[in-house]
Design a protein around this ligand. Structure first.
Ligand SMILES: C[S@@+](CC[C@H](N)C(=O)[O-])C[C@H]1O[C@@H](n2cnc3c(N)ncnc32)[C@H](O)[C@@H]1O
Length: 259
């Protein structure tokens, strides 16, 4: 199994609510380019609590979610009973070759020790000419204006924990190599810097909440002694909303790759 140390907490109510909210945020900049059409078979890989899988569902589309974690899948079954989910490892998927028209996958590759093995497997289950979409992190792109020492320190600790667990918090910077190594020849990589500022108050609020809530969920995995730092980082990132000329920037990486 290739799951690296998973740094984002468990499936308590707070974490499930965070993942559901995050899914609205992620769906907002990903699904429109996926080319979903009635009749397609769609895999939501690493579906977790089923948040993205449920948002992919629409009449005529056959969506199935897969995840390694039985606990996450328990929450998916409870909260999204119409979403079929299966337990499976992304490096050995329980599907025949050429099963899917689309594979969506958000925030997985940062957590696995062998992303190329995952992508080879995704390529195997895609129909010829079909495509997958991956949404990935590049934590080096996080930028607060004005800067926050607490956020910088916490981000470093989070990144270190992920690397120690076998993952890569900067995977977004090298997706071209990773997808090519898995045999994908046709790629579209989007690195669109998201900017939260007073110019768009609703987006700014959602963007700030997204990070603050990630931080607030880290006490479990990074250790209770970090609680004061976590509280400071969350408070300082939230303070951006009330600071003149403040901004929050982050560049997620969205990859579309065709078999
Ligand atoms: C950050 S969560 C993202 C969940 C979901 N994609 C979303 O956007 O809400 C990462 C998920 O990857 C799953 N995961 C990690 N390694 C995996 C593997 N080797 N195979 C399948 N799922 C895996 C974890 O259990 C977790 O649910």
């Amino acid at each position: 199994m290739s799951q690296a140390g998973y740094v984002h907490g468990s499936t308590d109510e707070r974490e499930v609510a965070r993942l559901e909210k995050q899914a609205d945020f992620t769906a907002g900049f990903t699904f429109s380019t996926l080319g979903l059409e009635a009749g397609q078979r769609v895999l939501d890989l690493a579906t977790g609590v089923g948040a993205m899988g449920a948002r992919l569902q629409r009449p005529g589309l056959h969506v199935v979610g897969v995840d390694l974690s039985a606990t996450q899948l328990g929450a998916a079954r409870k909260n999204h009973p119409t979403l079929p989910v299966l337990r499976g490892d992304a490096t050995g998927l329980p599907f025949a070759d050429a099963t899917f028209d689309r594979v969506h996958c958000s925030w997985l590759l940062e957590h696995v020790s062998d992303p190329v093995a995952v992508l080879r497997e995704v390529r195997r289950v895609l129909k010829p000419g079909a495509c997958c979409q991956f949404v990935e992190v590049d934590n080096a792109t996080l930028q607060l204006t004005p800067p926050s020492e607490a956020v910088t320190t916490l981000t470093r600790l989070l990144n270190d924990a992920q690397v120690r667990g076998g993952g890569d918090p900067f995977i977004g910077a090298r997706v071209e190599q990773v997808f090519a190594a898995a045999g994908f020849e046709r790629l579209r990589v989007e690195r669109q810097q998201l900017v939260g500022s007073a110019a768009e108050p609703r987006f700014f609020q959602a963007f700030v909440d997204e990070f603050a809530e990630i931080y607030e969920g880290l006490d479990e995995s990074l250790g209770a002694d970090l609680a004061p730092l976590i509280a400071r980082a969350a408070a300082e990132i939230r303070a951006l909303l009330h600071t003149p000329h403040a901004s929050l920037r982050y560049t997620p990486v969205v990859v579309q790759a065709w078999r």
